[in-house]
Design a protein. Structure first.
Ligand code: AMP
Ligand code: MG
Length: 474
């Protein structure tokens, strides 16, 4: 790795220096050859004992300057003035052969100054979940943090049970969260805010300038991101401001889940009792998070906060239109529509409404539109077959053949997604030391649009297999 550690050069109140805490017996779960290649790294070398020791936190590689970042956040709407990297350590920033900058972070690397009562560790379940889902999201075209590697530690982690420990190597263009800005805004630290804003612009939005430019880009990126989540039936599950990425990446895969049967009010997270982060609430939460970012940026926009509010509010108000446009574009494409007509929203909403009432599987229904098998997903097939003619009429108005529309749909409606029950199966096996289901799932998820119609991972869960609740695993 070729390190250039810009975060470590920031004022030292913005992080704490912390080496990873060594583990007993590193064991390889996976190195990601696709990502390694993008980063200009040799996947085979990453799997050697020398680099396994780095990925487990037992050896600090030359040029790394490990640190834990300071951040704060609103958790379920409640202000928490201090969070920070309690179980993640940034080794440094690797510069790839194309000049791209990659934060290389070890998640589960031991206690830091921000750990509070936590052990700083991760068990194999959340590590496997984040590896599989973040890489699946990437293959689905969704901006996300990535997974370069996963290793076991040979140590036990104590949660509800004694569980095998693991470390994830998470990689991203930055780990700048809304909560990072909030930490310094709450302390009146305008200098730190300016440094963070400059870093966020340089890393994510090199074409934009100034705090309002940053806010406008972050708002647009969130609108795009959440529209993509919704078009895939993805529920993040913990959209706290510390898990809201300023660069518009999906970050922190905790109790995330994919819809099986579609319902807009669906919640999976065991800790989300009020349904704050339900599927259909995600755009509202995203704009709420952006409002928190806006309020952090006010002192950078104008020395007189009263004069800063108006332009910041104007930028925030763009979210609604951007979101509507992104959502419509995504769902039009899911229906094979290449042009925009009035009435498209009503057509899409009518389908979703029928899906909700008929317990239709989200992924299989949309893929079924491309394959002519959607009706079978409805408890009451008439709910589909009475909608279908309006869709066909709308398609006819496009002037393109049903075949052409179906081919286009198969490129945006995935055949395989990281189904909740498949992830659980992979985790259960991994706890027993069997990583074969993990590798099989990882391989299939790398080509989500290509699986054959009879591919076993396309199946919806049986009632016995259905996952009703997910856990953050901290
Ligand atoms: P999360 O809910 O995963 O986004 O984490 C919220 C906060 O809890 C962050 O500050 C984490 O660093 C911290 N945290 C989560 N799990 C642990 C752990 N096992 N040890 C120490 N801190 C943790
Ligand atoms: Mg988090």
């Amino acid at each position: 790795m070729h390190f250039d550690n810009s975060y470590a050069r920031l004022p030292d109140r913005m992080f704490t220096r912390q080496d990873p805490v060594p583990v007993a017996a590193p064991g390889l779960i996976a190195v990601n050859p696709r990502l390694a290649a993008e980063m200009g790294l040799d996947a085979a070398r990453l799997a050697t004992p020398e680099w396994l020791a780095v990925l487990a936190g037992n050896r600090v590689p030359p040029g790394a300057e490990p640190l834990a970042q300071a951040y704060a956040g609103h958790q379920f709407g409640n202000w928490v003035p201090q969070l920070g990297d309690g179980r993640a350590i940034l080794l440094g920033e690797h510069i790839g052969p194309d000049g791209r900058r990659w934060d290389v972070q070890l998640k589960g690397a031991g206690r830091t100054a921000w750990s509070r009562g936590g052990d700083g560790r991760a068990w194999v379940g959340p590590v496997i979940r984040e590896y599989l889902v973040s890489e699946a999201m990437h293959a689905l075209g969704v901006p996300t943090t990535r997974a370069l590697a996963a290793v076991t530690t040979g140590e036990i982690v104590y949660r509800e049970a004694r569980l095998p420990g693991a470390v994830l190597t998470r990689v991203a263009a930055s780990h700048l969260r809304v909560g990072t800005f909030q930490y310094f805004a709450a302390r009146g630290d305008t200098e730190a805010l300016r440094l963070l804003a400059d870093m966020a612009l340089a890393r994510h939005y090199p074409g934009a300038t100034g705090p309002l430019g940053l806010l406008a880009e972050a708002v647009a990126a969130q609108a795009r991101l959440v529209a993509q989540w919704m078009a895939l039936g993805f529920i993040h599950g913990v959209m706290n401001t510390d898990n809201a990425h300023v660069g518009g990446l999906t970050i922190d895969y905790g109790p995330c889940a994919f819809l099986d049967a579609y319902h807009p009010d669906r919640v999976f997270s065991s800790i989300d009792r009020g349904g704050r982060y339900a599927y259909a609430n995600q755009p509202q939460i995203a704009v709420w998070n952006m409002a928190q970012l806006a309020s952090c940026l006010l002192p950078l926009i104008d020395a007189d906060p009263d004069r800063a509010i108006e332009p910041a509010t104007e930028v925030l108000h763009r979210f609604a239109d951007l979101w509507q446009a992104e959502w419509l574009a995504r769902f039009r494409a899911k229906l094979g529509l290449a042009t925009a007509h009035e009435g498209d929203r009503a057509l899409i909403e009518a389908l979703l409404d029928r899906m909700a009432r008929s317990g239709a599987d989200f992924t299989r229904t949309f893929r079924g539109l491309a394959e002519g098998t959607a009706a079978a997903e409805f408890r009451d097939p008439a709910a589909f077959t009475t909608w279908e003619p309006t869709w066909h009429a709308r398609l006819a108005a496009e002037g393109r053949s049903l075949e052409a529309a179906r081919a286009a749909m198969a490129r945006v409606n995935p055949a395989v997604i990281p189904r909740n029950h498949r992830i659980e199966d992979a985790i259960d096996a991994a706890v027993q030391g069997d990583f074969a289901p993990f590798h099989a799932l990882d391989a299939a998820l790398a080509q989500p649009f290509d699986a054959a119609p009879d591919h076993p991972l396309r199946a919806a869960p049986t009632p016995q297999e259905t996952v009703h609740q997910t856990f953050c695993g901290t």
